[in-house]
Each structure stands twice: as C-alpha cells, then as structure tokens.
Write a protein that binds this ligand. Structure first.
Ligand code: FAD
Length: 419
C-alpha cells in the first residue's frame, strides 16, 4: 500500500543524492539535503561524464589476478597501490579478486544491467525540469583499439554486453577515421555505442538538479552527518555536527564516505575507494567527436564545455592520503597517443588536474536497500565506476521504497548483508 508524504533527509549532494532528492519530491515527499560542501563537488564533479547503459561488465574479471602485476609494474599503467595503503586494502583486494569468477560475473552483470538500462529514461525528465538539457548529449560513445589482439582480448566483455541487449557498430580502420578524423592513425578498430550519452559538465549538471530541488521546496543543510537517532527501530533524526535534522526517513548517499554511516545503521560493508584522476585541456586544438575510450590506456577523452577532459586510472590509496599528481600526468602524457593534436596542449597548455573518490564495493555493485537497524534508513551508495549512469534509476528505486511501494527491480544483489 502506498504511504503518505514523508520528511526525508538525503545525506550527500552528489549525483546520487540530488537525483534521489528530485525523485522523492516528484513522489510527494519533502526533502532536506545534508552535505558540508556545495552540491556536485565530490566524485560527481570530475568524472568522465558518460551515461553508459553499456557498462554492464563488472570490474573484476577472471583475468584480474593475472593482469594486476603487469599493471602495477608499468609506470604508465592504469592501476597503482600506494605502499602505505597496501595492507589496509588487502582484504578488499582479495574479495575483489574472488568476485571475478564466471558465475559471479554473470550475476553482477545482470544486476548492473537492471540499474543501468533505464538510466537515460530516468535522467531526462529531471534534466528537463532543471533547465539543464544543454548539458546532456545523446550521441553515443566510442571505444577504440590499436591491435586485433586487444580487440580479441576484450571479446568476453562484448559478449556480456551482447547478452544484455547492448547494440553497437563495429568500425573498421577507414570507418573509424571517417567517424573521427582527429584520432591517431595507430588506432585501427572501433566500436560505436549509439545508445549511450554524456554530460558536457557533470558538476554543473549536479548543481542544476540541486537548484531544482531547492526550487521545489527542498532545503540544503551544510553539515556532516555523523549518526542517527532512533526510537525503537524508527528513525527520528539524522545527527550532524551542526545539530539534528528531524526526519522520518534517511537516505545514505555519501559516496565513498558512506561506510561509517552504514555502520551507524547496523551494516558493516567493505566500502573502499578507487581513486581516479582527470586532466582538462582548456582551449584544445581538437575535440573528440563523442566520449572516446582508449581501451589499452584505460582512459576516456570526453568533449566538455570547459575543454577536453581525459579521465581514468585507478589508485588504491584510501580517503585520506593526498593526491599523487603523477597519476594525472600519465593521462596528460598518454592523450597524444589517442589524439596527436592534443599532445602539445596537454604538455604545455592550460591544463587543470583533479582527483576524486569512486565509491567501490568488491563485487562492482552498489549497496541499495533498507538498513538492518531500521526500515527508515535506506542505503544508496557504492556505484563505483558507473555512478553517473546508475544514479537516476537508483533514485527511482529509493523513491518507490520511501513511498511504501515494492522496488521495480529485485534488490537482493545489492543488499548490505551480502558480504
Ligand atoms: C575519474 C573518474 C571517472 C568517472 N567516469 C564516470 C563516467 O563516465 N560515468 C559514470 O557513470 N560514472 C563515472 N565515474 C563514477 C562516478 O563519478 C561516481 O560513481 C559518482 O559520482 C558517485 O556519486 P555519489 O553521489 O555516490 O558520490 P559523490 O559525488 O562523491 O557525492 C557524495 C557527497 O556526499 C558528501 N558527504 C560525504 N560524507 C558526508 C557526510 N558524512 N555527511 C554529509 N555529506 C557527506 C560529499 O561531500 C559529497 O558531496 C567516474 C569516477 C571517476 C573518479
């Protein structure tokens, strides 16, 4: 049975938090957003901006343990572990490796697909409402390869995509360079995925949605959420460093910082962060036609309104250690191998660098659903590499739960107790 309007506190103003706030309002609930920062200043600020329903392939695969040593010993490689963090991250890494068995991958891909497939359909009404249509493009993405061997080594991932109904166009060398004449001639194979989209400014998109939450009566409280106050198993308030926020329901959407809040709601989850970096080349000599993934360098070059954003790399170093800007400089060095005309601008031009915290569970799935401690605390965090894409439908699910309706998808794969 549908329940009446509720007073909901949404903790975290990233893409997941603001989308959730907006869907809650659309369902008739009143919303207070709690965040010490401006909306869209966390991971949702600096990502590659892609809305990729095609990203159904879990991060850990059967070859993960074989590939990791090679990545770690390559100074320009896509993965690094800070030695000071090697021991703390070990239990997560073991779980991560064990998540990559064929049976588990198949189940994770199904669960990713359930969240990602409706992404753009759930996103666009909110974007239109926020007057932010100009920030979203729906013209697909490109994935490129240099050798037939690397195409072959990715075949398993394309089979997973095919099994989930993802459509793409294979481009041979001529068609690829016709599609984007600025690509390096070393790049010989392409796959164009027309169903994906991207934002030309992820931070601005989150801020625009947050402004629409405010315009619809939502309140933003500048505070760090620390705990919950319960009466029995019912929520009464979110406890923050600036006092209490009275709420009948709380949603934990604090991204990579959600672990202590989840524990306060009775759930111990192995949330870690896969730190990522970007560089933005302002005034670029050329722009990619669409977001273009270099499958060998494992980085994405996205055409954005502030320039070309080159994003990627995974660094396992927790939440506290300072950025290692050499990781961003790898992106700067490698972009000329994808777009030769960008090499000069990347080396000597107007370039900004950024580091952000992807919120990641070892099995590539978020934590989504009610907490163990109380039905009034709902988890919505841990969207790892696909949080921009997964946020809109996560928001739909949370709004349904808060309204007392059944979830539109089976929530068992995302339950906090699965670890
Ligand atoms: C380099 C890179 C590239 C990426 N590219 C893509 C992409 O192309 N497509 C895609 O779908 N995904 C991408 N991602 C992943 C995506 O950015 C994240 O999954 C997503 O932004 C997570 O959103 P979020 O709202 O959960 O977290 P965040 O955006 O990090 O927001 C969390 C918010 O919670 C607040 N907060 C933290 N602790 C508290 C507290 N105690 N109380 C109150 N507030 C708190 C923070 O201040 C922050 O505002 C990429 C990530 C990186 C790093």
């Amino acid at each position: 049975m549908t329940e009446g309007p509720k007073k909901v506190a949404v903790i975290g103003c990233g893409m997941v938090g603001v989308m959730t706030a907006r869907y809650l309002q659309r369902a008739g609930h009143s919303v207070t957003l709690v965040d010490p920062r401006e909306p869209g200043e966390g991971a949702s600020f600096g990502n590659a901006g892609c809305f990729n329903p095609s990203s159904v392939v879990p991060i850990a695969g059967p070859d993960t343990f074989k590939q990791v040593p090679g990545y770690l010993t390559d100074p320009l490689g896509p993965l690094s572990i800070r030695w000071r963090y090697a021991l703390p991250i070990l239990p997560w890494l073991i779980r991560y490796g064990l998540a990559g068995t064929p049976g588990r991958i198949a189940a994770q891909a199904d669960a990713l697909h359930a969240l990602l497939a409706p992404s753009l359909e759930a996103l666009m009404p909110v974007v239109a409402d926020a007057g932010a249509r100009h920030l979203v493009r729906r013209d697909g993405i490109l994935i490129v390869y240099r050798t037939a061997r690397s195409v072959e080594s990715d075949a398993r991932n394309w089979a997973i995509r095919r099994a989930h109904g993802i459509e793409w166009e294979d481009l041979d060398e001529a068609a690829l360079h016709d599609f984007d004449p600025n690509l390096s001639l070393d790049v010989k194979f392409g796959k164009y995925v027309p169903g994906n989209g991207h934002t030309v400014n992820p931070g601005a998109l989150v801020k625009a949605i947050a402004a629409s939450v405010h315009a619809a009566g939502g309140v933003l409280v500048r505070a760090v959420a620390r705990d919950f106050r319960f009466a029995g198993n019912r929520l009464e308030a979110v406890v923050t460093d600036a006092g209490e926020v009275a709420a009948e329901v709380a949603v934990i959407a604090a991204g990579a910082h959600s672990k202590p809040l989840a524990a306060a709601a009775g759930d111990r989850v192995p949330l870690e962060t896969e730190r990522g970096y970007h560089v933005v080349i302002a005034d670029p000599a050329v722009q990619p036609r669409v977001p273009t993934t270099d499958s060998e360098a494992k980085m994405v070059a996205t055409p954005m309104e502030m320039g070309v954003r080159v994003a990627g790399t995974v660094e396992l170093a927790g939440l506290e250690l300072p950025p290692d800007w050499r990781r961003a400089d790898i992106l700067r060095k490698r972009i000329g191998g994808l777009y030769p005309a960008l090499a000069e601008g990347a080396a000597h031009g107007n370039v900004t660098r950024w580091m952000g915290h992807r919120p990641s569970l070892p099995d590539s799935l978020p934590v989504l659903g009610r907490s163990r401690r109380s039905p009034d605390v709902i988890h919505a965090f841990g969207h790892q590499h696909v949080g921009m894409t997964a946020a809109p439908f996560t928001a739909v699910v949370v709004a349904e739960l808060v309204s007392g309706r059944p979830s539109p998808i089976d929530l068992a794969p995302y339950r906090p107790s699965r670890f």
